[in-house]
Design a protein around this ligand. Structure first.
Ligand code: AMP
Ligand code: MG
Length: 423
């Protein structure tokens, strides 16, 4: 009998591949190879959003600087509050925010006080204006039921002088700019932005404006990469399209690695006859990973070129975006000095049946929404091919299916990873 079998290699359509490593071990390996940028620069607060602190921020002052009123009302001593029956008080003056009343408040007296005004000497309690009865311009009456110390903000209750407010490595967000401003600091030391260079590879790629011959396509990867990188605080170096020619590719890699801390390419990392990327990086540097057990995006290549970290992403547009989220993003976080951060994931019920065979971790595209009862559920975007880029436009999350998962039924719990914070 004829043996009908031929010797084959695992392809991108196969689910098991002994050469692939798991998503988690790939992530660990990648992070283990990346050293954070250590060069720093001084920037004004306005220029520091989304940057990473290269110093601890220490406050020289208390915030608030003085004990002050949290309400518009009357300041008095807590020992003078009415016990059971209403009491009358003499109003001896007015304290405004920025215009303190400088005389002491004695027994039987109170001071009209506005929110944010420093508490006059002798007072430690504020009764809200709405809880007082005005008898004349200089007399009020208060009922019982107040508590000593109420409606007062203590000096240093937000930030104590001498304390560390934000630590080195902190990723500076809007609230942090406000906090640093509140302690009177105008400039801070941050790490330099990672420089990220990228180029697309492929003889079939045309730029927008060019006409398409049979088999040609417009280069979309550089645009989605540009979009994803623009949301991070990185310097973007777009090196265009490079043809599937060894010489051109080698030159592009030389330029990229001389200009950037991290180089991303798309396409040319599979086993086709025009897939030169892996070979060239092997010659010029080192490859640490070249296949990851995930779908879409198995032929992800990770390595190094001179001083730069290298990611060779697959050419298919959905694979580019998926592998960027799962691997490049944590790598950039690590490079920028903030440390890789775990993406938010949680479980919701699936509204769709999801087809999946065991063997690979899958990132299907999902739409997270609330059903009629207010519960969050997810449904698939439809066709899940790695060339269906509209599935990324429709989606607001990945549906993460682990290696062993054998398909999902309607009503099963699945893990989602949102990439949009609004529904
Ligand atoms: P490759 O990994 O080079 O074999 O490419 C896999 C698939 O992705 C092919 O169908 C390519 O035409 C497509 N592709 C590669 N690069 C791009 C790109 N920059 N934009 C859109 N599609 C691409
Ligand atoms: Mg190609």
């Amino acid at each position: 009998m004829l043996n009908n079998k031929i010797k084959t290699q695992a392809s991108c359509a196969d689910d098991y591949d002994s050469e692939s490593i798991s998503v988690e071990s790939a992530r660990q390996k990648i992070l283990g190879k990346i050293s954070p940028i250590s060069t720093t620069e001084t920037r004004t607060l306005h220029q520091s959003l989304n940057r990473v602190l290269a110093q601890d921020i220490v406050s020289n002052i208390n915030v608030p600087g003085h004990t002050n009123s949290a309400m518009d009302g009357y300041a008095l001593s807590g020992d003078e509050l009415p016990d059971a029956i209403p009491c009358q008080y003499e109003v001896i003056g007015t304290a405004f925010a920025g215009k303190p009343f400088k005389e002491p408040c004695n027994a039987g007296q109170c001071v009209r006080i506005m929110t944010g005004a420093a508490m006059p000497a002798g007072s430690d309690t504020v009764v809200m204006q709405e809880h007082s009865e005005k008898i004349s311009d200089t007399k009020i009456r208060l009922a019982a039921g107040h508590r000593k110390g109420q409606n007062v903000r203590q000096a240093g209750e937000d930030i104590a002088a001498g304390s560390i407010v934000l630590k080195k490595g902190h990723y500076v967000q809007a609230a942090d700019l406000g906090v640093i401003a509140s302690i009177g600091i105008a400039e801070i030391s941050v790490f330099q932005q990672p420089r990220i260079a990228f180029f697309s590879t492929g003889d079939e790629l045309r730029s927008i404006g060019e006409t398409l011959d049979i088999g040609d396509i417009y280069d979309s990867n550089r645009y989605s990469l540009h979009g994803m990188l623009s949301q991070l605080n990185v310097e973007i170096i777009d090196l265009g399209v490079v043809r599937d020619k060894q010489k051109d590719l080698r030159e592009a890699f030389e330029t990229a690695s001389s200009k950037a801390d991290l180089v991303i390419t798309t396409g040319g990392v599979s086993v086709g006859e025009a897939d030169f990327v892996k070979g060239i990086v092997e010659e010029m540097g080192k490859i640490h990973i070249w296949k990851i057990a995930m779908k879409p995006g198995r032929p992800v290549t990770f390595g190094e070129l001179d001083e730069a970290v290298f990611f060779g992403l697959p050419g298919n547009p959905v694979s580019v975006m998926t592998t960027f989220h799962q691997f490049v993003l944590p790598a950039i976080q690590q490079l920028s000095g903030q440390g890789a951060r775990a993406a938010l994931t949680f479980e919701v019920f699936s509204d769709s049946e999801l087809r999946k065979r065991p063997g690979r971790f899958e990132c299907q595209r999902g739409i997270l929404s609330r059903n009629e009862t207010g519960q969050l559920t997810v449904c698939a975007t439809g066709k899940q091919g790695s060339g269906i880029l509209t599935s990324m436009s429709l989606a607001n999350c990945f549906i993460l299916l682990d290696e062993n998962c054998n398909g999902i039924g309607v009503g099963d719990l699945v893990t989602v990873q949102p990439f949009d914070t609004y529904l």
